[in-house]
Design a protein around this ligand. Structure first.
Ligand code: SF4
Length: 251
């Protein structure tokens, strides 16, 4: 792998490279120890399209929370089949099944941080143990947390995270989607400009922020995959971020 010095150097150089150039650089060096993640939204299409052209065998990690809109699952099936993507579905650890079944409706409302940890963060942490490199589609213009990200980020556990679209804006996404005539998530036309889990996503107006419909009316803006929650190894290290008494559940 690369030294911290080289990672910083490449990251700075990549600020002026295209996403395709960054993906090609990564594919040359890190395949097959590299995977990308995708939530299969409209804004996910450019990165998926680039990967399907540059390295179609790359595993595409999809977190199946069990709370998705059926439109997302059907859209995922269609794109995966048409573009020949190598999808790997991720699920919560089965030891949480009883707890989640008992609290299925309440959990996203009462404690979305715990819910996101169980359904998104922990499955991704477990899946990425198999890989050394993670390609993500985050952009700086999406949230204040993402605004401070780097194109290459070395995490504490040695995982190298690559964000090829970090410098892109929503206009860049639209331009690429239009140029390549890419399909849109079926809920986009109903006002869902960013689509997450059904209990935590609402439609927004055309002038609203792209992610305004995610956890609307709450302080939460990130699921935890791209925050410090992800780099914490287990739930006990994240306990201050949760409210439910999870110690009762783990017995
Ligand atoms: S987005 Fe909502 S439903 Fe999905 S995992 Fe997070 S809190 Fe749970």
């Amino acid at each position: 792998m690369l030294s911290v010095y080289k990672i910083r150097k490449f990251s700075a150089e990549f600020e002026t490279k295209t996403p395709q150039e960054i993906i090609e650089w990564a594919a040359d060096r890190f395949s097959p120890i590299m995977a990308m993640s995708s939530s299969f939204q409209t804004q996910s299409m450019p990165l998926l399209h680039m990967v399907s052209r540059i390295l179609p065998a790359m595993p595409v990690l999809f977190i199946d929370t069990g709370y998705h809109f059926w439109e997302t699952l059907m859209f995922r099936e269609k794109i995966a089949a048409e573009w020949g993507l190598n999808i790997v579905d991720l699920y919560r650890d089965s030891r949480w099944d009883i707890f989640v079944r008992q609290n299925m409706r309440l959990l996203p409302v009462e404690d979305p941080n715990l819910c996101c940890y169980l359904h998104k963060v922990q499955p991704m942490q477990n899946a990425l143990k198999e890989f050394k490199v993670w390609i993500s589609g985050i952009r700086r213009d999406q949230t204040s947390v993402r605004a401070n990200a780097s194109i290459l980020e070395l995490q504490k556990d040695g995982l190298l995270k690559i964000n090829p679209l970090l410098n892109w804006t929503k206009e860049d996404v639209k331009r690429y989607v239009d140029e390549h005539n890419l399909p849109s998530h079926p809920l986009l036309e109903k006002g869902y400009r960013s689509v997450g889990c059904a209990p935590c996503t609402v439609a927004v107006g055309v002038s609203d922020d792209e992610r305004a419909g995610r956890w609307a009316g709450r302080e939460k803006v990130e699921c935890g995959l791209h925050t410090t929650m992800f780099s914490k190894k287990d739930i006990s290290e994240s306990q201050n971020e949760f409210h439910m008494d999870v110690t009762k559940v783990e017995k």
